[in-house]
Design a protein around this ligand. Structure first.
Ligand code: NOJ
Length: 531
């Protein structure tokens, strides 16, 4: 059982919204989104009902990996504004009852970070991992051409040298395997606290933690990495109670007991998320791993894989935190991709917003922005065959130039706006009560006003096939059909009140769910315990 209990209630009640700062809203017409642009759009986000914003990195950077190559953790990148703009954003969000989370990149810096510039010439510097030869495993050792010579270990791209948090297993024959207690690794731990404290002091409510499982090297079972984060959690609980850490680890059953308040189900670890919406990366009509997913128009999936994984994670978490469930993110395709068009995704939102996890909506998914194929690399977005840029295109606000994202000439925009003539926009969607945006807004409002639909109330799965049927608390019934053909289930609840219904009927013979339908119902008190 975890020593860390009870995430703050605000996290348990939160609906998160991920913003990719470069392409959300450009306030100064340079073609790149910025913090003032986000601030200007807060009224819309507040109308939508999301209450916690997570911004991908907005710090000084070499932008060889879209900002995940940080050169100064304490300063907002000039392209995004200033630290004062961050203060203003946090304050404006707070005034609307919203929180702001930043992205912490603890595992590596840019190769142009001053720490690394010092390390490439100073053999006594141990912030990074250095060897005199290419060691095993061979992958990731990069030759250093500066005075120090030797090789450094990269954590992701070669321009992202791994910070040294030590090795779980040391070996005298490989002296770069320093113990986690060595001065270099301990200095890096102190630096993490300093970075977090800097932004906590400015009002940030927490961090999404990049590659959180990557810190201690050669760490079987990630035990030492878990201890490191447990130590950070202890520090936060004492120094900054109420602030949270949400990991990009991809194994909530390990990450939360270690100390994180929540961890994502992700596309690259385990089948749980892919079994829902196998968005893949750059997928153009085929699901990423070829296996059917539940929200597949052809209806070849099942919820069994997800439910089993969720139950296992939930048991391991044991109330100490949450699974976070993203619609998509900046690394893999949007919900609207492959064969799944935007008129098909409302049931996926209905599921995400009524399941006992923390929902994270990727900007633009709520209007059905699609993954845009065929775009060139932008600042390291192309990762081997993965064209991540297709999920990073400018937010589509209205019908003005560049879809209202920027007043810059189109060829100066960070990435092209989706050229599809029927691309959705916020303005059109707001004007149409039947739009996906309105579905999402109503579902968010329902979740926030109904504790039984939130992250902590119990869930009981009644039907894992099509439609997926489950009970929240003991009186809230949810029905979701993610396929193009109708589906039925054999439960005939009577006297149920519809709370949010789109194409689902409760008949004496059972539940009848139209193609791409969902329904949330409140059952009469007498039903409690019967289903
Ligand atoms: C995960 C981030 O989400 C991704 O965008 C980045 O390229 C890598 N970590 C490296 O930081």
């Amino acid at each position: 059982m975890s020593a860390h209990r009870n995430p703050p209630s605000w996290l348990s009640e939160a609906v998160l919204y991920q913003i990719y700062p470069a392409t959300f809203a450009d306030s100064d017409g340079d073609g790149i989104g910025d913090l003032r642009g986000v601030t200007q759009r807060l009224d819309h986000l507040s109308w939508l009902g999301v209450d916690t914003l997570w911004l991908s990195p907005c710090f000084d950077s070499t932008f060889g990996d879209g900002g995940y190559d940080v050169t100064d953790y304490l300063t907002v990148a000039p392209r995004y504004g200033t630290n004062e703009d961050a203060d203003a954003l946090i304050e404006a969000a707070r005034a609307r009852g919203m929180r702001v989370m930043f992205d912490l990149v603890p595992g590596h810096t840019s190769h142009r970070h001053p720490w690394f510039l010092e390390a490439v010439r100073n053999p006594d510097d141990h912030r990074y991992i250095w060897s005199d030869r290419i060691a095993s495993p061979v992958r990731g050792w990069i030759p250093n051409h500066a005075a120090r010579g030797g090789y450094y270990l990269a954590n992701f791209y070669p321009i992202q040298p791994a910070l040294n948090f030590g090795y779980a297993r040391t070996d005298p024959a490989e002296p770069w395997r320093q113990p986690v207690t060595a001065p270099g690794p301990q200095a890096n731990r102190a630096a993490l606290r300093e970075i977090m404290g800097h932004w906590f002091d400015r009002g940030v409510s927490g961090f999404r933690v990049d590659m959180a499982a990557s810190l201690v090297k050669d760490d079987p079972g990630l035990v030492e990495t878990g201890r490191l984060w447990g130590e950070m959690r202890d520090w936060i609980d004492t120094a900054y109670p109420g602030r949270i850490l949400l990991s990009e680890w991809g194994d909530p059953g390990t990450a939360v007991p270690a100390g994180f308040h929540a961890d994502f189900f992700l596309h690259f670890t385990g089948p749980a998320l892919r079994s829902l919406w196998d968005n893949g990366t750059g997928s153009q009509g085929a699901w990423a791993d070829g296996a059917p997913c539940y929200f597949d128009p052809e209806g070849r999936g099942s919820m069994a894989t997800f439910v089993d994984a969720w139950q296992e994670a939930d048991a391991a978490i044991d109330g100490a935190g949450h699974v976070a469930l993203p619609t998509a993110n900046h690394d893999f395709s949007r919900l609207t991709c492959g064969p799944r068009t935007r008129d098909m995704v409302a049931p996926a939102f209905a599921f995400q917003l009524t399941w006992p996890s923390v929902p994270v909506i990727y900007y633009g998914d709520e209007i059905g922005m699609r993954y845009v194929p065929g775009l060139p690399d932008k600042e390291g977005s192309q990762l081997d065959s993965e064209a991540r840029q297709g999920s990073r295109t400018p937010m589509q606000w209205d019908d003005s130039a560049n879809a209202g994202f920027s007043t810059a000439p189109p060829d100066q925009c960070y990435l092209p706006v989706d050229p599809a003539p029927d691309r959705p926009t916020v303005a059109a969607a707001r004007a149409d009560e039947a739009s996906l945006l309105h579905h999402v807004r109503r579902l968010i409002a329902l979740r926030r006003s109904t504790p039984a639909l939130g992250a902590t109330a119990p869930v009981r799965v009644l039907h894992r096939d099509y439609p997926f049927v489950y009970l929240r608390g003991d009186r809230h019934l949810v029905v979701v059909n993610g396929r193009a053909t109708p589906a039925t289930a054999p439960f005939p609840p009577t006297g149920a009140s519809p709370l949010a219904v789109h194409g689902v009927e409760l008949t004496p013979a059972g539940i009848a769910a139209a193609p791409f339908s969902y329904g949330v119902f409140e059952l009469p008190e007498a039903t409690a315990g019967v289903l």
